[in-house]
Design a protein around this ligand. Structure first.
Ligand code: SF4
Ligand code: ZN
Ligand code: ZN
Length: 308
């Protein structure tokens, strides 16, 4: 029997190649909680009395983040909420909404929902029908509209922080994608905590940004967490999928390479930040949400589709 390198007693079941640790089930789960706690404290993500909303889509990472936050926050006088945006994707979102609600009930967390239909008058399915012949993919519309919906839902709940489930894999993929798209300066903005609390924006935090996706999946499996595993019918970020495969192959051959890319970015970021100027933020003259210029991005999109 191979023993766990942490407790030295129980049988190891997971080999963490990048650190050389062999972990038993209990020590593995504790190590994930410890890692998230240290990320939260390193980036000063939370205050003890914060009202925190966790963005829960119903997928593996977000549902697991909710479970982890409940575990971590139980020793603080903070308040946790889960926020789910229903984009209106037939045959996909319905199941995700139900799974998100079930997890919230189990954990005793208040579940706040907001749909595209309520907020914009149209579901994503209806919007996609109107985008035929346009350059942008469904995910581009969905991303912008969901971002605004999350911000509004979080503000309505009067929370101090909005936690999203971006993991180490998402972060390293985005670093490479920004380089491949010729947008290196965008990397300065993708921080674990949104740089400044601008008026009208809820501060966003990414407590899982230093946890590899594979370990989140393993944690969810060990905890018996139910999540949605069917992919969205519109998912089609071809380049991101290629980058994901490349990074996974590299990680297999060179354990720790994802962390190395992530840490390199941490070192480069201050220099990048010195090159960018924060845009002047005003208010959208249509919806009143924060905007660069007169009209926010989501209102611009809806105007272009002729539905605003
Ligand atoms: Fe929205 Fe694209 Fe995600 Fe589907 S895959 S939920 S369309 S961002
Ligand atoms: Zn152990
Ligand atoms: Zn607007």
């Amino acid at each position: 029997m191979v023993k766990c390198t942490l407790c030295g007693r129980r049988e190891a079941f997971f080999m963490r190649l990048y650190s050389g640790e062999k972990l038993c089930k209990r020590c593995f789960q504790e190590s994930i909680i410890t890692k998230v706690r240290s990320t939260i404290s390193k980036y000063r993500m939370l205050e003890p009395r914060d009202r925190i909303a966790v963005a829960v889509s119903g997928g593996k990472d977000s549902v697991t983040l909710l479970h982890i936050m409940v575990e971590i926050e139980k020793r603080f006088p903070s308040t946790l909420y889960a926020v789910t945006i229903d984009e209106g994707i037939r045959g996909y979102r319905d199941e995700a909404m139900e799974i998100a609600a079930e997890n919230c009930k189990k954990l005793g967390v208040e579940h706040i929902t907001l749909s595209f239909k309520e907020l914009y008058g149209y579901t994503l399915d209806e919007i996609v029908k109107l985008t035929k012949g346009k350059d942008l993919a469904p995910c581009s519309y969905c991303g912008v509209l969901r971002r605004k919906a999350l911000n509004i839902a979080a503000k309505n709940a009067k929370v101090d922080k909005l936690a999203t489930a971006h993991n180490l894999d998402d972060e390293t993929q985005t670093i490479l994608l920004n380089l491949m798209h010729g947008s290196p300066f965008r990397m300065a903005r993708m921080k674990p905590v949104t740089p400044i609390t601008r008026d009208g924006f809820v501060k966003r935090i990414k407590p899982l940004c230093e946890v590899p996706e594979r370990e989140i999946a393993l944690y969810a499996y060990l905890k018996g967490i139910r999540f949605q595993s069917v992919p969205c019918p519109y998912a089609g970020e071809a380049l991101r999928n290629d980058v994901r495969n490349i990074l996974n192959r590299l990680e297999e051959k060179h354990p720790g390479i994802k962390y190395t890319i992530y840490r390199s970015m941490e070192k480069i970021r201050p220099a990048l930040e010195s090159f960018i100027e924060e845009p002047e933020m005003g208010r959208c003259k249509i919806c009143g949400e924060p905007a660069v210029g007169d009209v926010c991005q989501s209102c611009q999109m809806l105007q272009e589709l002729g539905i605003l």
